[in-house]
Design a protein around this ligand. Sequence first.
Ligand SMILES: Nc1ncnc2c1ncn2[C@@H]1O[C@H](COP(=O)(O)OP(=O)(O)OP(=O)(O)O)[C@@H](O)[C@H]1O
Length: 772
Amino acid sequence: MTAKPQNEQAKEQRHLDTIVGQLDSRIAKLSQKIKNTEKDAADINKTFFQDVKLSYGSDTTNMETALSIHQQQQLLLERNNSWESSEQELATVEKLKAKPYFARVDFHEHGEPKSEKIYIGLSSFANDKGKFLIYDWRAPISSIYYEGKLGDVTYNTPDGEQSVNVALKRQFLIKDDQIQSMFDTTETIGDQMLLEVLGEKSTPQMKSIVTTIQQEQNRIIRDTDADLLFVQGAAGSGKTSAVLQRVAFLLYQYRGNLTANQVIMFSPNQLFNDYVENVLPELGEQNMVQLTYGQFAGRRIPNMTVQSLNEQFESDTTDLQKAVNRLKASLAFFNALKTYATHLERADMRFRTIKFQGEDYYPKGKIKAIYYNFNENYHLGNRLEGTKEKLIRSLNSRIDKETRADWVQDAVQNLSQEQLQSMYSTADQEFNSSDAEYKFLARQIVMQQLESVHQEIARNQFVNIRAQYLHFLRSVPKLLNLADFDLTPEQWDQEVARVKDRLKARTITMADISPYLFLYDLITGKHGDRDIHFIFIDEIQDYTPFQLAYLRYNFPKARFTMLGDLNQAIFTKDDSQDLLSQIQTLFTGQKIKVVQLTRSYRSTQPITDFTKAILKNGQKIDAFDRLGPKPNILVAPDADATVDAVLNQLKQNDAAKLSTAIITKTLAQSQDLQQALKDEGHTVTLIRSENQRLAAGDIVIPSYLAKGLEFDGVIAYDLSAANYHEEDERQLVYTIASRAMHTLTIIANGELSPLLGDVPASLYTTADQVAK
Ligand SMILES: Nc1ncnc2c1ncn2[C@@H]1O[C@H](COP(=O)(O)OP(=O)(O)OP(=O)(O)O)[C@@H](O)[C@H]1O
C-alpha cells in the first residue's frame, strides 16, 4: 500500500469538489421540491370544497360529486407520495454529503473497449442524466472492491458471473469535504485502513464495517442462495458485524420484495440488542426485528414466570439435572413430541371442564367425546377447530334456554337505572310490551355472563395444556431410550414431579418452555409464520438442538443464517461441538453452506494469542497483526489485595483513556466487587440486568451478560482455582478474555485457575503478588 503523491491527491480533491457540488445542488433542488409539494398540498386542501362540484340533485350529478372528490383525493395522495420520496432521497443525499464515498476502483470489463472507474459509497448517486457518480457498496459491481486482489476478478450479478480486470483500488478518508488521506492498495482491503479502524477506542454502540469488509466476510454478506448459511467464527472475527451488513445487503438486493420486518435476528440478550441497534440506521436502512429466544418464547405464555438469564446461568446444576437438560435439549425429544402428537389424534387428550356460575357447563368428558367423534381424517388442528365450532353452536342454542333461568329473572329485577341505560341501544329505546322488554334484557344479561364461556372456547382454554405436557413427560420413557441420556425411569419420574410442582407455581424453566409451546402448537395446528423471509441467529452455540428445530418449525419459509463460535458455549457448554451436525439434519435436502472465519479482528495480537491458548481443542484462530501489551496476570494473596489490584489496574486504564469492563463470573460477585470498590472511593457502573443500557466508562458486569460485547480494557475477575475449576468452564474463560480489544488483565484471589495452566508463560506477564 502506498500513499499517493500530492498531485494525485489534488486531482482526487478536484473530483470530490465536483461531486460535493452536485450533491449540494441536488440537496437544494430536493428541498425546493419538498417546499413546493407542501405548498401544493396545502392549496389543494384549502380549495378542496371549492373545486369539488357539490351537487345533490339527480343520480348523475351525485356521481359527478363523487368523482370530483375522488380526483382531489388522488391529487393529494400523489403529492403526498412525491413528498415522501423526496424526503427519503434528501435524507440519503444529505448522508452522502457527510461522506460521499470511501473507495475508487478502476477496472476493465472483458470485451469492452474502454476501462471504467467507479466510486463506492454508502448509497448510490446519479446525475440528472442518470450516470452513476457513486455506487452503493451493495451493488453487484462494488463487490470487486471487496473480492480478491488486483488483476482478474469475478463477481456475481443477477445475470450470472462477470469477470473484470482490476487495475486500481484506492481508499479515501474524507472529512468535511476534504480528503484527509488516501491509499492505493494491492491487497483485498489494505491493512493500513483496517489497522486505523481497529485501533480506535470502543464505543457503547457497534459501528458499521462497510469500508473495510474482508473478502471472506463479503462472501457471507452477499450470499443469496443458501437455505442455511452457517458461520463458525473465532471470537472477534466479525460474525456479528458481517451479519448486520448482510441484512443491509439483503434489504437492498430484494428491495420491493423484502422489508425489515420480514427479517428477525435472534440475539443473546437485550444489552446486545442495544449495542447493535445503530448499525442499520447508520447504513440508511431500518432495523430488523430483534428478539432474544427468551422473549420469543416468553411472550407467548404471559401468565407464567420464565427463568431469567441469571437463574439459567447460575442455577445449581447437578449431574442429574444436566442429564435431564441434555435430554430435553435433544432432537430425540423433539421427535418424541411429534410422535406423541400423532398419538393424540386417537386418544389421551386432556381437557378442562368449562364452568359457568360454579357449575360444570361443558364437562371435560363431553368435550372429549366431541373431539374424538370426528373421523380419522381430522388431524389435531382440525379436530380442535371442529370441537370449538360445535361448542360455540351449542352455546348459542343455550342462550334462549338460559334466559328462562331463575338467576336471570333475579338479575333483571335487580338491574339499577344505570345498568338499564347501558343495556339499551338508544336512551329512549321502545318495546311493544313489557314482555318484549324483559326478553331483551334477559338476553343481554345472559350474553354478558356467557361471554366468559365464549372466550374460554375461543381461546382454547378448555385444552388442559399443563396436564397434557405432564402426560407427555410421563410418556417419554415409551418414546425414547432414557439410558441414552444416562437416566433411569425413577430419576425421570422425579423430574416429572418437579416440573409438576413448578407448573403449579406458574413457573417454567428454559428447558421446558420450548417443548411446552411446541406441544401447544401441534395441538392447535399452528404452522408457523410464513411471512418471515430471513432468520438470523447469533451466538448459535448457546441454543439447544431442540430450540433450533422449534425455530425452524416456526419459520417454515425463512432462510436461516446461523453464526457462532463453538468455543464460546457458555449455556450449553460441552454439548455444543456436535451442534452443527445436528443442525444439518434440520435442513436435509436443502442448500447448506458452512463458512469459517478464522481471523480475529477485535483484539491485539498478544491478546488473541493468549485467548487462543486457553482453548484445548485448538480451533484455528489467526491473530490480526496489531500491537499491544501482553495480558497481565496478577495473583493476590487475599480478598483485600484482590480489590486493590483491580483498583490499581482501573487507574492505569483510566490514565491510558481506556474504558474498562470488569467481568465477573456471577452477578453476586459483580455486586460484591462494586461495593468493595465503592468502599475504596471508586465508582463503577454495575450492569446487573440485560434491560439496562450500556454506560460509557468503567463497568462491572457478570459474564453471561458480556456476550457479544467488547471493551477497550478487560479485567477478568476472579480467575482463581476456587472460582473456576470445572473443565466445562474453559469456554466461559475464553469468552471473557476475548472481550478485550486493547488490554487484558487477569486477577485471581489465591491460586490461579488450573484452566490457565497450559497457557505458555511467554504469552503473558505476571506480578506474582500484588503489594498492598
Ligand atoms: N472487516 C472489518 N473491518 C473493521 N472492523 C472489523 C471488521 N471485522 C470485524 N471488525 C471489528 O472486530 C470486532 C469484532 O467484531 P464482531 O463483534 O462482529 O465479532 P464476532 O465474531 O461477532 O465476535 P464474538 O463472537 O466474540 O462476539 C468489532 O469491533 C468489529 O467492528
